[in-house]
Design a protein around this ligand. Structure first.
Ligand SMILES: CC(C)(COP(=O)(O)OP(=O)(O)OC[C@H]1O[C@@H](n2cnc3c(N)ncnc32)[C@H](O)[C@@H]1OP(=O)(O)O)[C@@H](O)C(=O)NCCC(=O)NCCS
Length: 148
């Protein structure tokens, strides 16, 4: 298993099939603001995508992008193939995003994890900053962040 840097086109089919089936508006970054609401003005963040590969097979994905505040990084789109879970791949992908945020010298990194993914983030020192919030599909999320 190896983790490689990838581009949006190579990870998009995984996001469409596995993470957000039925969504036709998936972009390489999110307009969400930490704690609620959205950025209204166009911004063009620096975006990173990483894939976990078993030989040629794509078995995991994560992304991270900068934000207009320039003080934090958002993690987004973590997914690990069912047959490859509980082998620390999700954790390695999160570490990759954290390392990138550290290199950029930002103060914090945040995410909007599903409840089922929470323990992996918690292990990395993320703290939940809100209660669980149910989305339109019935999935629960919270805003969670880690100081760097
Ligand atoms: C959430 C997700 C990414 C986690 O990926 P993963 O590769 O299984 O994560 P890790 O292996 O790093 O850790 C997950 C758990 O496995 C445990 N684990 C890791 N190696 C283990 C081992 N050898 N034996 C037993 N447990 C192990 C970890 O301790 C952790 O356990 P915990 O949840 O009880 O704390 C994956 O389950 C997934 O893709 N879920 C569906 C999509 C999703 O929810 N994505 C997140 C959107 S925010």
């Amino acid at each position: 298993m190896q983790i490689i840097e990838a581009n949006f086109q190579s990870i998009l089919p995984l996001w469409q099939k596995e993470l957000w089936p039925g969504r036709d508006d998936i972009e390489g970054y999110s307009w969400m603001k930490f704690g609620g609401g959205h950025y209204e003005n166009f911004y063009n963040p620096e975006k990173k995508f990483w894939l976990a590969l078993d030989k040629d097979k794509k078995v995991g994905v994560i992304s991270a992008h900068s934000l207009p505040d320039q003080e934090s990084i958002r993690i987004r789109g973590l997914w690990v193939h069912k047959d490859y879970r509980r082998k620390n791949i999700g954790s390695l992908l999160i570490s990759q995003a954290i390392d990138w945020a550290l290199d950029r010298g930002v103060d914090s990194i945040w995410t909007y994890p599903r409840k089922e993914a929470w323990s992996v983030y918690e292990k990395h020192g993320f703290v939940s900053d809100t209660f669980w919030i149910e989305d339109e599909k019935g999935l629960e999320h919270c805003y969670a962040s880690k100081r760097l």
